[in-house]
Design a binder for this molecule. Structure first.
Ligand code: SF4
Length: 179
């Protein structure tokens, strides 16, 4: 899972994007948290960066770049961070990744346009792309729901999780009715 979703202040602007569900899963030993940008050696804070001239697959193929808003080419570092995350995922037999939407590293459904104009395009970040290419299921924090989480945790943890999060209890009850 993206470290910033677990509450770590590792984003480019020194903030987190804490998500209570992600934090709960991490604190219950159900997730490995990673930040590909910090692993690649970027500082906190750091300039915002976007994928320019193509999509994440194009970046991995050497056909597009990742640039900071000052024009600096940081492509090699973004690929390096993505590869480090992939190595950890494969070593730990990770089945699914929950990543922060819109990031040039972690975005799952959307990333910024590459023009630093605030517009979003369909597409993934570089890390999300490399994980998907390896057959790992990739979800954004906006995709989080009880059914998905239940697939990747033990029954005990799933029950504890359902008890903890009232917003998911309706899904749990409708599941029970279906049995
Ligand atoms: S690279 Fe991913 S984990 Fe790190 S701050 Fe950006 S979105 Fe969060």
């Amino acid at each position: 899972m993206s470290s910033c979703l677990a509450g770590f202040k590792v984003r480019y602007n020194g903030t987190s994007a804490q998500n209570d569900v992600i934090s709960w899963l991490a604190s219950h030993g159900q997730a490995i948290t990673v930040c590909p940008e910090i692993m690649a050696g970027f500082a906190i804070p750091r300039p915002a960066a976007e994928i320019v001239g193509g999509n994440a697959q194009n970046v991995l193929d050497g056909m597009a770049r990742v640039r900071e808003n000052n024009g600096k080419d940081v492509t090699a570092s973004y690929i390096s961070g993505a590869r480090m995350v992939l190595k950890i995922a494969l070593k730990n037999k990770v089945q699914a990744a929950f990543l922060k939407e819109n990031s040039p590293s972690c975005g799952v459904n959307n990333v910024y346009s590459g023009n630093f104009d605030g517009h979003l395009l369909l597409g993934t970040g570089v890390t999300a792309c490399i994980l998907k290419n390896a057959g790992i299921q990739v979800y954004s924090e906006t995709d989080l729901d009880y059914i998905k989480i239940k697939s990747f945790v033990s029954p005990d943890i799933a029950a504890e999780f359902a008890a903890e999060f009232g917003s998911f209890s309706q899904q749990v009850q409708s599941e029970r009715k279906d049995i």
